[in-house]
Design a protein around this ligand. Structure first.
Ligand code: PEP
Length: 252
């Protein structure tokens, strides 16, 4: 199981520093049982790295550019993220797909680039409310998976995480029911098995208004392998409680 916190464009330097220290302190015991990562804004990666260095908490980035280097003003490369100490990179978050018009193919290039640099992409997929209401959720998620995984192989030590985040549940306080989430996770699991074989070791995280109060029932679902946490990851105690729920689920 993996629980990753996506801090988005939040925190100032002091808050990032303090939040990272608190996450390390409060998750230390459970991080023996589940993997824990924090994904701060890229300018705070170095500072947060100092707080998580030598601990069980891993460092992740929120985005990457698929090119190696070049004239891409404002962008950050996989080499830079790797050098900054990242082991995970969130790729294809719905906010990037929506606000920055990232296509499935572009997201797929990022996945490859992250793997090429020995880090683990957290590939985000998820349908909008209109798509769910028109029974297109599986079609959309299937297309995002196909595009995001073009050319991807899990050989040569490559690792991958998929996060199912229904857009209508992100930051809205409206969570998918455990049954809705499990149904989509089972669909994703089938697609991954068809692509990589039944033994593929890809955790599928759920994301979308996960809180301490709903984490346990989500993590109890057989195909939910952890969570990608937005709002609640900015509160160290709430985040640690979610990590605790994942550790409990992993032990049972
Ligand atoms: C996210 O943006 O990845 C997310 C899951 O946000 P929230 O937990 O705030 O819904």
């Amino acid at each position: 199981m993996l629980v990753a916190g996506n801090w988005k464009m939040h925190t100032d330097l002091r808050a990032a520093d303090r939040l990272a220290s608190e996450v390390v302190r409060l998750t230390d015991a459970d991080a023996r049982t589940v993997d824990v990562a924090v994904c701060p804004p890229s300018v705070w990666l170095e500072a947060v790295r100092e707080r998580v260095r030598g601990t069980r908490v891993a460092l992740g980035a929120q985005n990457v550019h698929p090119e190696e280097k070049g004239a891409f003003t404002g962008e950050v490369s996989a080499t830079m993220l790797s050098e900054a100490g990242c082991t995970y990179v969130i790729v294809g978050h719905s906010e990037r797909r929506r606000h920055f018009h990232e296509s499935d193919a572009f997201v797929g290039e990022k996945v490859m680039q992250v793997m090429k640099h020995g880090m683990t992409p957290i590939l985000c997929v998820g349908e909008s409310l209109e798509e769910r209401d028109s029974d297109a959720a599986e079609t959309v998620v299937g297309r995002q998976l196909d595009g995001g995984l073009i050319g991807v192989s899990l050989r040569h030590g490559n690792t991958l995480v998929v996060a199912y985040e229904p857009v209508w549940a992100i930051g809205t306080g409206r969570t998918a029911t455990p049954e809705q989430a499990q149904a989509m996770h089972a669909f994703i699991r089938e697609k991954l098995a068809a692509r990589f074989g039944a033994e593929e070791p890809v955790p599928i995280l759920y994301g979308g208004s996960v809180k301490p109060g709903n984490a346990a029932e989500l993590f109890a679902q057989p195909d939910i392998g952890g969570g990608l946490i937005g709002g609640a990851s900015l509160d160290a105690e709430a985040f640690a409680a979610i990590v605790g729920a994942a550790a409990d689920a992993a032990r049972n």
